[in-house]
Design a protein around this ligand. Structure first.
Ligand code: IPD
Ligand code: CA
Length: 271
């Protein structure tokens, strides 16, 4: 894709994220229709509505690029050279409970041999008005201002965010990591939106983010943010359904965090 088309893809993704974010904001305090409730998760009708809005907006400028989204995928997504990877509301449980910590995540991915890599990414927090953007090869930005990962190199000075996904396997996998790290870092944070956690790593608020059983749409845009801000984004597939184990961090604590993960936790899930 030419650089002008790539820039247009980012502008389009921003416009789509803002549209969905507007809908999220409008409905934050309203009673929301729950489409599905499982032991550790909720799915809202607003998830679907937001994905529909995003899909419609992306198609205005890029009708030929299919969408792989948390709320459903175009069957063409694995066959084409580009695809959008969309999480319409990342942090749905927060959002369902009226907790204003949730985001929209949109990535454009390009085929590279056997796989795909993210070439443009947007994470938008409509409640704080924070818009993170990145284009591969260029610096990551927050509301247009260049951002960088933190420079911390010591685990005991770090703030590490963990995600617990939604299955028993992923919870069991992360608990030993939690138990180990909680005594060794300054603070652990469990915030409930992986896309925002990655944006926070990119912006130096968090020093690292770890989860097992995370899905592609949660992390595709945020991963590019972390890399474009100078950090490390390590993923390992742990299932056939776009499921990964993840260690994203500022680089300075990478070895220490990898050691903890190797001894105590992820990978795991195959479901
Ligand atoms: C979830 C959030 C959560 C993470 C889960 C995700 P959803 O996404 O990102 O922080 O721990 O793994 O599935 O369901 O709110 O879109
Ligand atoms: Ca998500």
């Amino acid at each position: 894709m030419k650089s002008s088309a790539l820039q247009l893809s980012l502008d389009t993704a921003v416009a789509a994220a803002r549209e969905a974010g507007g809908l999220m904001q409008k409905n934050l305090r309203r009673t929301k229709q729950v489409n599905e409730a499982t032991r550790h998760d909720l799915k809202l009708d607003l998830d679907v509505q937001c994905q529909e809005r995003i899909t419609r907006r992306l198609a205005v400028d890029f009708p030929e690029i299919p969408v792989l989204g948390e709320e459903g995928a175009d069957p063409e997504e694995a066959r084409r050279d580009h695809r959008w990877v969309v999480d319409p509301i990342d942090g749905t449980v927060n959002y369902a409970h009226g907790i204003p910590h949730a985001s929209v995540s949109i990535a454009l991915q390009q085929r590279t041999g056997a796989g795909f890599e993210t070439v443009a990414g947007v994470v938008y927090d409509p409640f704080l008005g924070e818009l993170w953007t990145a284009l591969r090869g260029k610096p990551a930005r927050l509301n247009g201002r260049r951002i960088r990962v933190s420079t911390r190199r010591r685990l005991d000075e770090s703030v590490i965010s963990l995600g617990f996904a939604k299955t028993r396997t992923s919870l069991d996998r992360m608990l030993p990591v939690f138990n180990h790290l909680v005594h060794r870092v300054r603070k652990i944070r469990l915030m409930g939106s992986a896309a925002l956690a990655l944006a926070y790593v990119a912006d130096g608020r968090f020093d690292g983010y770890v989860e097992s059983g995370i899905r592609l749409w949660d992390i595709a845009a945020g991963g590019l943010l972390v890399e474009s801000a100078g950090g490390i984004f390590r993923t390992e597939p742990v299932g056939p359904d776009y499921r990964y184990s993840l260690n994203a961090n500022n680089g300075g604590i990478d070895r220490a965090l990898q050691r903890v993960i190797a001894r105590r936790g992820p990978p795991a899930p195959t479901s």
